[in-house]
Design a protein around this ligand. Structure first.
Ligand SMILES: Nc1ncnc2c1ncn2[C@@H]1O[C@H](COP(=O)(O)OP(=O)(O)OP(=O)(O)O)[C@@H](O)[C@H]1O
Length: 588
């Protein structure tokens, strides 16, 4: 068993103990049941005794049957509650883990596959935890008790049982190995199918415009066909296993029956003992047969457990666990030889950045695609730790700061702000749950969102669908800005929030953004030169390095990269800016 899952199971060992105890008690009752049954048949058919003589045995049989039914009921409930307890805890741990790991981790993983693991994977654990695990313990105990009883009653039957039983686990292991690899394949195929489907959903607009939706439908069909084949292959193994177990158990039972029959005719064994043994022997093999079936039912869970613990135990993308909280953030933000490399990349995304952001200074970061601008912001937000060097607030390394506190000091505006399903009010209050109605109104006014919120039928209580469907890009940006005003954090990070908007909306929004940036420290990834010009200083990045920095005037008068950029920008479009930047950087 997966050692990590074992640890989880151990945490509910009391419950597991009760479930196994129920199985064992039920097994012991089977012996009494067989005994009563044999006694009744013996008295009525062989000794021709009347009802009065067997009445108490019939009552005893009835009590045993009812007791076994009750035990089964308790056992089932206990096993299910054992499984749901572990499942609930794993679901919580997984979501916590994914939330803690942050956006860089989620970007790295395939979202569809993650969803599949958290939802279906955890669900698949139920048959494994509730049925297979208790059955392992029951299979170890019940046949042993029956075996001892068989030896006591008739040692020849005992020997036959003892000799035939190892064949069953032997074949189970043999077939089990095959089944495991087939189930692994089945799980991979399902994950691929989920990931593919989610990919298609998220990229539907692009696919439609590229005329690729038909092609993708074929892709889904292919993935689904592969999944079907993998499922059939694992089902074939499960059927084969059931067949082999059934055959082995039947053959063994036949051997016992022949052995008893041969001795019954010459009177070497009594009828009652023979009947008792014949009723009992199938119960000896039953736990093994059930173990086989439950093993196959639980295989998906075993496979899912591997992936679940892979996620839970993956090295964190380095959330820090510092505890330092400062009075305020009016200290320089120092980048001291900062480098960062993504785990699966050879080249560093950030290379030896040395710079200082003074309090209330507003920095524009420019550079071509892939220069490392977003990664730099991620490092500041603590989504990952530098591979080398440190980022410090004054003298304190970000790693030593209490991350929760640090993130409270930061507002982040992106190109595509996320609006959660819920009311507009819910969305705004996320930034400051204690905000008063006045503060909400102020934030809406300051971000220019009031105008359109007023027009909505239910104002702030209007329900917004997933991802802010029904709102324009500019409206979403205004709401994001309102969140930033509400949060009132002293540091603002932006990944140029107006980059996707038309020039007119952009210039209106900037009137509000400038108010937001007043008296705050800001790092703004600028995709437009006009944005860069609005801020105090400009950092020019290329291939992870900070290749130039200074005020607009300094950069314009120096014969550096920025000079090239502005020339290119004036000569053509913003694409020209970045093309020139890349070209220039290569010659540096
Ligand atoms: N999650 C990730 N895993 C692995 N590599 C990544 C990841 N995110 C970014 N990178 C790589 O790191 C480098 C820097 O990327 P980054 O997104 O920081 O650049 P950028 O300057 O913000 O680009 P853009 O302007 O296109 O957003 C790139 O080479 C990119 O491929």
């Amino acid at each position: 068993m997966n050692p990590r899952l074992l640890k989880e199971v151990k945490s509910v060992r009391m419950l597991l103990g009760l479930v196994v105890l129920q199985g064992v008690l039920s097994g012991i009752l089977i012996i009494f049941q067989a005994y009563d049954l044999a006694d009744i048949v013996n008295r009525v058919y062989l000794d021709h005794q009347g009802f009065v003589h067997v009445e108490h045995t019939i009552w005893s049989l009835l009590v045993i049957i009812i007791a076994r039914a009750l035990l089964t009921l308790f056992g089932e409930t206990g096993a299910l509650s054992l499984a749901t307890k572990i499942q609930a805890r794993l679901r919580l741990q997984l979501s916590q883990r994914i939330l803690d790991a942050g956006p860089l981790y989620v970007n790295r993983e395939q979202t569809g596959e993650l969803v599949n693991t958290v939802i279906k994977g955890v669900e698949d654990l139920e048959p494994y935890l509730a049925r297979y695990i208790p059955q392992v313990a029951i299979t170890g105990l019940v046949p042993t008790i029956i075996l001892i009883e068989a030896f006591v009653k008739d040692w020849i039957t005992g020997v036959i049982l003892l000799v035939t039983i190892p064949l069953i686990p032997f074949f189970m292991i043999l077939i089990g190995r095959q089944a495991e690899s087939k189930t692994q394949k089945q799980w991979e195929m399902l994950s691929r199918l989920s990931a593919h489907f989610l990919d298609v959903l998220q990229g539907l607009t692009t696919l439609k415009l590229l005329g690729q939706s038909g092609h993708q439908a074929q892709g889904i069909e292919r993935a689904s066909d592969e999944f079907r084949r993998a499922t059939m292959a694992s089902l074939r193994i499960a059927f084969l296993s059931a067949l082999v177990l059934e055959m082995l158990a039947s053959l063994s039972m036949a051997m016992v029956a022949v052995g008893i029959g041969l001795r019954l005719i010459p009177g070497l064994i009594s009828f009652q003992t023979s009947f008792f043994l014949l009723v009992l022997v199938p119960e000896f093999y039953l736990p093994w047969r059930m173990l086989g079936t439950r093993f196959h039912d639980g295989l998906n869970g075993m496979e899912a457990a591997k992936r679940i613990f892979q996620i839970l135990d993956a090295p964190p993308l380095a959330e820090s666990h510092g505890t330092v909280r400062l009075e305020d953030v009016d200290h320089p933000l120092v980048f001291d030889q900062v480098s960062f490399r993504y785990e699966d990349r050879e080249q560093s995304a950030i290379e030896d950045i040395r710079a200082v952001v003074h309090p209330h200074e507003r920095i524009a970061i420019v550079g071509p695609s892939g220069a490392g601008k977003s990664t730099l912001l991620s490092l500041v937000m603590g989504f990952a730790q530098p591979s080398q060097g440190t980022i410090r607030l004054g003298t304190i390394s970000l790693q030593n700061l209490d991350l929760l506190w640090w993130r409270q000091q930061i507002s982040f505006l992106t190109q595509n702000p996320y609006i959660f399903s819920g009311t507009l009010r819910d969305n705004l209050l996320m930034a400051n749950p204690k905000a008063s109605e006045d503060q909400l109104e102020y934030a809406l006014e300051m971000s220019g969102a009031m105008e359109f919120v007023k027009m909505l039928p239910q104002g702030l209580d209007t329900y917004i669908d997933e991802k802010g469907r029904g709102l324009s890009g500019g409206q979403k940006q205004r709401l994001a800005m309102a969140r930033a005003f509400l949060k009132d954090a002293p540091i603002v990070l932006m990944d140029e929030p107006t980059a996707n908007l038309d020039p007119e909306t952009e210039s209106i929004l900037w009137q509000y953004l400038e108010k937001l940036l007043e008296n705050r420290t800001a790092l703004v990834v600028a995709h437009r030169l006009s944005t860069a010009r609005r801020l105090d200083k400009i950092w020019v990045m290329n291939q992870g390095r900070l290749v130039q920095q200074g005020t607009l005037r300094e950069l314009e008068t120096s014969h550096g990269l920025y000079h090239e950029l502005t020339r290119a920008y004036r000569a053509s479009s913003q694409e020209g800016l970045y093309a020139a930047l890349s070209q220039h950087a290569k010659t540096l």
